[in-house]
Write a protein that binds this ligand. Structure first.
Ligand SMILES: Nc1ncnc2c1ncn2[C@@H]1O[C@H](COP(=O)(O)OP(=O)(O)OP(=O)(O)O)[C@@H](O)[C@H]1O
Length: 305
């Protein structure tokens, strides 16, 4: 079997002071995929990424990157991964071009093999090549971080919340570039709070909650797990309280005449919901339903966790 891009087994991290941020997490990131690592705030995502980056020492378990164990072959593991951190940290007096040259130097990339201009073009910073980093906007700095993570052409690229605070257009440009890198063979791991993005981009998604892995599946299989469906109905008169029925999982009034009802689609049909409303003496004027999305699955899994 082909080795995984990243393989972690029983990974543990207890910070000084006793906080257990990772509690025996195991999973593989298959080569060639876009892999989403999701979880609520404080779940342990950054801790996991920082362990892979060599910035945080694990307190248990193993991790390997492109087949290299991070303890036994730290140098090979390090050159196999590029990490775009959550926080923006730059020397304000270097220009983007200098920043990339310096990092390429740190990774020992020979001058002839450096890709400074190509990377700057790819992240739409070619016209800022010689501007001081401190004069770049937040979005530009983020894109420079992506370029910086790629100076040594790593087979695995990890992006930790790369689009936080980045406007929609830049986000789309960034994702287009990430997709292109993936098409060219780079394995991508990303954490994001935008579930829609994860749903759209990722081949596979793992979810961690309270330091434990609670899901790890192809995106489509994870979405199929959503059993809750939502129907919104408008009725012909004002209501003081939402109607009740056994087939409703949840019901609330969104307006005096608008009711939002959740039901379990494995047990109940939309017709049952409408019949229940008729039985409550309500006449339905309008109705719409929506399919569950990753957010529904995420919420139901993390709530259960
Ligand atoms: N240096 C540290 N010392 C002590 N506790 C820490 C340290 N860094 C993180 N933690 C704690 O470990 C837990 C996991 O944090 P982590 O940053 O890994 O979560 P996260 O999933 O990345 O969250 P977010 O989405 O908010 O970035 C949190 O409870 C956090 O407070």
């Amino acid at each position: 079997m082909e080795q995984a891009a990243i393989s972690i087994r029983q990974l543990e991290k207890t910070y000084q002071g006793g906080k257990r941020a990772l509690d025996g997490v195991s999973f593989d990131v298959p080569r060639g995929q876009i892999f989403g690592l999701l979880g609520p705030n404080g779940a342990g995502k950054s801790t996991l990424i920082n362990i892979l980056a060599g910035l945080v020492n694990k307190t248990g378990g193993t991790a390997s990157i492109w087949g290299f164990d991070i303890d036994e072959h730290p140098r090979n593991a390090k050159v196999s991964i590029g990490i775009v951190p959550q926080e923006i940290l730059f020397d304000p007096f270097f220009t983007p071009a200098e920043t990339l040259e310096i990092y390429a130097g740190l990774y020992g990339v020979p001058k002839a093999q450096r890709r400074t201009q190509e990377l700057l073009r790819a992240v739409h910073l070619a016209d800022k090549a010689n501007a001081f980093a401190r004069t770049l906007s937040g979005g530009m700095k983020r894109r420079l971080l992506v370029a910086k993570a790629l100076v040594h052409t790593p087979p695995v690229l990890v992006l930790d919340e790369p689009t936080a605070g980045v406007d929609l257009e830049l986000r789309q440009q960034l994702w287009a570039y990430v997709r292109e890198l993936n098409r060219q063979g780079t394995t991508v791991v990303l954490t994001t709070h935008y579930l829609e993005e994860a749903q759209e981009l990722c081949d596979r998604i793992a979810i961690i909650n309270n330091g434990r892995l609670i899901a790890n599946e192809p995106t489509a299989a994870l979405l199929a797990k959503a059993t809750e469906k939502v129907v919104e109905v408008t009725v012909d008169r004002d209501l003081a309280a939402p109607p009740e029925a056994r087939c409703f999982e949840k019901v609330e009034l969104k307006g005096p005449r608008t009711i939002v009802i959740s039901y379990d689609k494995t047990r109940v049909h939309a017709g049952d919901v409408l019949t229940a409303l008729a039985d409550a003496g309500l006449s339905v004027v309008d109705v719409s339903t929506r399919e569950a999305d990753l957010e529904d699955v995420f919420l139901s899994l993390t709530r259960r966790g």
